[in-house]
Design a protein around this ligand. Structure first.
Ligand SMILES: Cc1cc2nc3c(=O)[nH]c(=O)nc-3n(C[C@H](O)[C@H](O)[C@H](O)COP(=O)(O)OP(=O)(O)OC[C@H]3O[C@@H](n4cnc5c(N)ncnc54)[C@H](O)[C@@H]3O)c2cc1C
Length: 383
């Protein structure tokens, strides 16, 4: 399908594809096995200016938008959904600054992020507050020119590796959702520590850790927007980042499909390639259709965000939910096409299947996405 990408978008896609296929694909299984963070690949991405593609030129980026971010995420994820998160998780952590930061904050943080000198992370989830993000307990108490943070954020992507953290904390718990605020916390700030690296089913090369704040003192200049804006910052961040998770899902599905198609033409059973069996052909056709439909919804949503359309929560949730479900289905079918070999770590498809699962869980589970979509549909009937 031709998505009528402009020259810059094609350049981003081709560059990310080249890095992914030449540099990431050969080492994806190694990083999955060792669970190390792929710093050598981050260096390649930063040398190629990939980290700056969605950051405005005035802050050292290339001036692209969410579509460019999605194209890069998709291509990187086609080789490895975990390594891609060094980039996509940084975008998630950067959106609060990009969308709501002051000019000083943007000047201070965005150029280094655009150059790939500093990775970023976004911290909202806590042990008792996942889907119910409104019940977070991490507290930010004003103290003169500072805020004092106390609390523990759980399962934070890029934690420990990133230098810049955007954190949602309660400044006034009596106000409920209006009592949360967003902050920037730099790695190395006294009172900020990291938990042990989590051991996960998939995206094993991605670093997931707790971020622990104990009397962590940060300047009030690090408050993003105003007190009380924390959940608005978080929700708008998700509107921008969910197409990225969806793009990660499309990339993972495409990577699994590529491997399955190739395998189906080479595996001989009953004296012929298994691709000659209609059962396999129909699986391949369904997989290809589902991937293309997911890609179409991702690119359309990204274009809506880039066009400045304000209320895109429904579309963003649709893209994330649909693409995540497609990734799970397609990668499971890819394992099926490989038969017993698909179940073996020696072959690439079981990793795609393990990596796909997270796209149905983080940045709001697919049940929560369906809640968001349904709420918008029902609200629409009352107009
Ligand atoms: C690998 C990994 C990386 C992550 N990275 C980050 C990160 O960088 N930053 C960050 O802040 N968080 C991150 N998270 C957290 C992630 O966003 C949460 O795990 C997710 O939002 C779900 O929360 P929960 O795990 O507490 O599940 P729960 O909220 O406990 O949900 C459990 C189940 O109940 C369902 N459920 C809950 N409420 C409802 C409802 N109202 N209607 C229907 N079903 C419901 C859920 O869909 C799910 O199936 C990460 C998580 C993982 C596993």
């Amino acid at each position: 399908m031709d998505y009528l990408l402009n020259e810059q978008q094609k350049m981003v896609r081709d560059l990310a594809r080249q890095i992914a296929q030449e540099k990431i694909k050969p080492v994806a299984a190694h990083y999955d096995e060792t669970e190390e963070f792929a710093w050598p690949i981050m260096k390649i991405l930063s040398d190629s200016d990939i980290f700056g593609i969605y950051i405005p030129e005035q802050y050292g980026g290339l001036g692209g938008g969410i579509l460019e971010m999605c194209l890069a995420t998709e291509e990187l994820s086609r080789a490895c959904g975990a390594i891609a998160l060094g980039f996509a998780g940084t975008a998630l952590g950067t959106f609060p600054i990009l969308l709501y930061g002051s000019d000083e904050q943007k000047k201070k943080y965005l150029p280094d992020i655009a150059k790939g000198k500093r990775l970023a992370a976004f911290c909202i989830t806590e042990a008792e507050a996942g889907s119910d993000a409104g019940s977070i307990k991490t507290n930010a108490k004003k103290d003169g020119d500072y805020y004092i943070l106390n609390g523990t954020k759980q399962w934070i992507t890029n934690a420990g590796e990133a230098e810049v953290y955007t954190v949602i904390a309660m400044t006034d718990k009596t106000k409920g959702a209006r009592g949360a605020s967003a902050f920037i916390v730099e790695k190395g700030t006294k009172g900020m520590e990291f938990g042990a690296k989590e051991k996960k089913l998939g995206i094993r090369a991605s670093a997931t850790r707790e971020v622990i704040f104990t009397d962590c003192k940060i300047p009030k200049a690090n408050l993003i927007s105003k007190e009380g804006m924390g959940f608005i910052v978080a929700m708008k961040t998700f509107d921008n980042s969910r197409p990225g998770v969806a793009a990660q899902a499309v990339g993972i599905a495409q990577g699994a499909f590529d491997a399955a198609l190739d395998y189906a033409t080479k595996r001989i059973q009953f004296g012929q390639p298994i691709s000659s069996f209609q059962a396999i052909q129909h699986m391949l056709a369904d997989m290809a259709m589902q991937i293309e439909a997911a890609r179409a919804i991702v690119y359309s949503t990204a274009r809506m965000v880039d066009a400045g359309i304000k209320d895109i929560a429904k579309e963003s949730s649709m893209a994330k939910c649909y693409a995540g479900d497609v990734a799970m289905k397609v990668t499971t079918d890819a394992v099926q096409i490989f038969g017993g070999y698909g179940y073996m770590r020696e072959y690439p498809v079981e990793k795609f299947m393990r990596d796909a699962k997270i796209t149905q869980i983080y940045e709001g589970t697919n049940q929560i996405q369906r809640n968001v979509i349904a709420a918008h549909l029902i609200k629409g009937t009352k107009k």
